[in-house]
Write a protein that binds this ligand. Structure first.
Ligand code: ADP
Ligand code: ADP
Length: 239
């Protein structure tokens, strides 16, 4: 069974903007999919519909066979913990430490109380430390996030997503604010997470060359429509 199914998904903002126009595709567990398209194509809207940061206008999205638009309360919270979000601008709490930001992922994005380390069990802290070590951030653990480089901030973003033990990572332009060498580290990290932990990855990119290099499958969208869905090789031959 697919992990994710989008079935004629349409999203309008107001009456003017048709951001997604009957998008249909399915993603199997363990896939690494790049979503490419120019600015305004609908990539970010698509990811936000999948984890229900926003509601779709019509169609259906199923995650693990469950219809996402119908989820409420605890079931919606559970859905969101199964999906880790990675953002272009990291969305970290700058005045908190790296470790606090990562633990914080378990509380949800909106909770920003200080001194939160005391709220967590030793086991939760050990798990956060283990993930930070895995991502090469052991020396940054007690630094405030605003003291980090962009590439380090994005690794904190990935660590925060991983402590939730997600089944899928949705990455919205994760390298768009990074220099080429940091971008490579982040893309290598996402690929490694996909291969070793088996976590399904959907990543929005506007750089076609990066998508061709990393993805097993590319979905090309423009003006809210899927224009291409297939292996990178066929796309690069068509160019
Ligand atoms: P991409 O991520 O590919 O750049 P977006 O999903 O951000 O594309 O945007 C798709 C379209 O929807 C664009 O025309 C954009 O201006 C519009 N849009 C995105 N978010 C909103 C919003 N919150 N309200 C109104 N229009 C929006
Ligand atoms: P970023 O790339 O930094 O995430 P976005 O361009 O996606 O920035 O937009 C940031 C915010 O503005 C989002 O909440 C998005 O929904 C909103 N937004 C984007 N385009 C529009 C639009 N045309 N009208 C209203 N809100 C928009």
């Amino acid at each position: 069974m697919p992990l994710l199914e989008a079935d004629a998904v349409t999203k309008r903002y107001g009456t003017e903007t048709l951001a997604l126009n009957e998008i249909t595709f399915a993603v199997q567990p363990g896939e690494f999919v790049a979503i490419i398209g120019p600015s305004g194509a609908g990539k970010s809207t698509l990811l936000r519909c999948i984890n229900r940061l926003i509601d779709i206008t019509s169609g259906d999205i199923r995650f693990d066979g469950v219809s996402v638009p119908k989820l409420r309360g605890q079931a919606l919270r559970h859905h969101r913990t199964q999906i880790g979000m990675i953002f272009q601008h990291y969305n970290l709490v700058n005045r908190l430490s790296v470790l606090e930001n990562v633990l914080h992922g378990r509380l949800g994005y909106k909770n920003t109380i200080q001194g939160i380390l005391g709220l967590y069990s030793e086991q939760e802290k050990r798990e956060a430390v283990r993930i930070l070590e895995m991502l090469g951030l052991e020396e940054q653990m007690y630094k405030r996030c605003d003291q980090l480089s962009g590439g380090q901030k994005q690794r904190v973003g990935i660590a925060r997503a991983l402590v939730q033990q997600p089944r899928m990572l949705l990455c919205d332009e994760p390298i768009a604010s990074l220099d080429p060498s940091s971008a490579k580290i982040i893309m290598d990290t996402l690929r490694e997470i996909n291969r070793t932990l088996g976590i399904t990855v959907l990543v929005n990119l506007h750089q076609v060359d990066v998508a061709l290099h990393y993805a097993e499958r590319i979905i090309g969208i423009n003006r809210g429509k899927i224009l291409y869905d297939g292996v990178p090789q066929a796309l690069s031959n068509a160019q």
